[in-house]
Design a protein around this ligand. Structure first.
Ligand SMILES: O=C(O)CCC(=O)C(=O)O
Length: 325
């Protein structure tokens, strides 16, 4: 990175890139600028404020009730009066979210950490653990949920609240990006999803010390970035007053190729056009940035989107911009 990109408070250091490569996780302290984080907060509220049946939002409380009803053992039992919602893959319904994820600074941040010369967008998720939502996110790897192979996929976890052990800190098994792919679970239970063919993940929750789980206390402006095979999960939010919100943005790089994984859950995104072995370039996973051409290579996005967003332009103008590219 030659200049500080719009949205960043500072440059990445060489040590941070090495740490990500070595451990499959890195904590970037105060990497984002306050105005950019204010934009993330605005978009987060917008997404979770929309009540539209087309929105992809999972209520984890309801999921837990449904799992228990069919006899699946939950990680956290007992009373969990607070809300825990996960909103997934809504970027193509909400232009402001698309603009945030596809413009500076996230694609270049992902490129630098993964040492990749090109970046496609892969997906968005919002995790909102309300006060007293009292539910862990079970340890899991992201890879078994996806229809692709490769190492260069990272998730950038962007907190909007101060987060510590009390309100849902994220934990990561350092070095587990070198593990094989284990079975996917429902996040509320360690039980593998029906149809999984991989081995169940070791019982990390039972002996976190043995697995060298690293928990991170974070503040708005920080990011935690993990590799697609790094095992991760989070504490319950046991605080009576403090929410724990995070936006997760996922990107893929040079070595990722489409691969229809038979064991992936039915909700895993498939492409209408790609076949096994193809790069992900498609309307589902747009190419955003290349080292040679910057954002110019991108049919879908670019720094101008972030600019439009930061000027507080209207939804109509953002939609017009996206459809004109
Ligand atoms: O925020 C959480 O509790 C879990 C996040 C997660 O699993 C992810 O970012 O892949």
């Amino acid at each position: 990175m030659t200049a500080i990109q719009q949205g960043l408070a500072r440059r990445l250091t060489a040590d941070e890139v090495d740490y990500y490569q070595e451990h499959g996780i890195v904590h970037l302290k105060q990497i984002f600028s306050p105005p950019w984080i204010a934009t993330v907060e605005h978009v987060f509220r917008l997404v979770l404020g929309i009540s539209d049946p087309m929105m992809n939002v999972m209520d984890m409380g309801q999921l837990a009730v449904a799992l228990e009803a069919v006899g699946i053992e939950l990680l956290d039992k007992g009373e969990a009066p607070g809300d825990f919602k996960i909103a997934s893959y809504n970027w193509n319904r909400i232009p402001e979210l698309a603009a945030l994820l596809m413009g500076t600074p996230l694609p270049e941040l992902a490129a630098e950490l993964m040492r990749s010369s090109r970046i496609n967008f892969f997906g968005d998720q919002l995790f909102a653990k309300g006060p007293k939502s009292n539910r862990r996110t079970a340890f899991h790897q992201d890879a078994p949920y996806y229809h692709f192979t490769g190492d260069q996929c990272c998730s950038i976890w962007i907190p909007l609240d101060e987060v510590d052990q009390e309100n849902g800190a994220m934990g990561y098994v350092r070095g587990s990006h070198r593990w094989p792919i284990y079975a996917a679970n429902s996040f509320a239970s360690q039980t593998p999803l029906p149809g999984s063919t991989e081995q169940p993940l070791p019982n990390i929750e039972a002996d976190e010390a043995k697995f060298d789980v690293a928990y991170f206390d974070v503040k708005p402006g920080d990011a935690l970035v993990h590799h697609v095979r790094t095992a991760h999960g989070s504490r319950a939010n046991t605080s009576a007053t403090r929410a724990r919100r995070a936006l997760v943005a996922r990107y893929v790089g040079d070595d990722v190729r489409y691969f229809e994984r038979e064991s992936a859950p039915p909700t895993a995104l498939k492409s209408a056009s790609l076949k096994d072995g193809d790069r992900l370039d498609s309307s589902e996973w747009p190419l955003l940035w290349t080292a040679a051409g910057g954002y110019e290579a991108s049919p879908a996005a670019g720094p101008a989107l972030s600019e439009i967003l930061s000027r507080g332009e209207t939804k109509g103008e953002i939609l017009e911009y996206l459809s004109g590219r």
